[in-house]
Design a protein around this ligand. Structure first.
Ligand SMILES: [Zn+2]
Length: 110
């Protein structure tokens, strides 16, 4: 993955605000222009899945807090392939309906 310098990635842990060591980020899925990355905080060991996607407006990224292990995410990824469109859908859901997003996401994960 090569990113432009002005691209704003998820760089801080949402729990403890520690800066992520992105060298330790693991790419768990790539689809079209979207890349899913698993990052574990070296300070508090909490994990997020970050999605980086190309959209019409440029590169967008978002982080989802997860308690899955990287093995879980890989297994999950294999079972149901995500498309770039789906990743963008999640992004838009989080952007526009932050309050509903969690409910919707947890509902659809059954
Ligand atoms: Zn942390």
């Amino acid at each position: 993955m090569v990113f432009d310098d002005n691209v704003q990635l998820v760089t801080r842990c949402p729990f403890c605000s520690a800066e992520y060591d992105l060298d330790g980020a693991q790419v768990i899925g790539e689809e079209n222009d979207a890349t899913m990355v698993y990052i574990t905080c070296s300070e508090c060991a909490s994990s997020i899945i970050a999605i980086v996607a190309m959209s019409g407006l440029g590169i967008v990224s978002l982080g989802l807090v997860t308690d899955m292990t990287v093995e879980d995410t890989k297994r999950f990824n294999k079972e149901k392939a995500l498309t770039g469109d789906e990743l963008l859908e999640v992004y838009e859901l989080l952007e526009k309906q932050k309050h509903k997003a969690l409910k919707q996401l947890t509902k659809s994960q059954k």
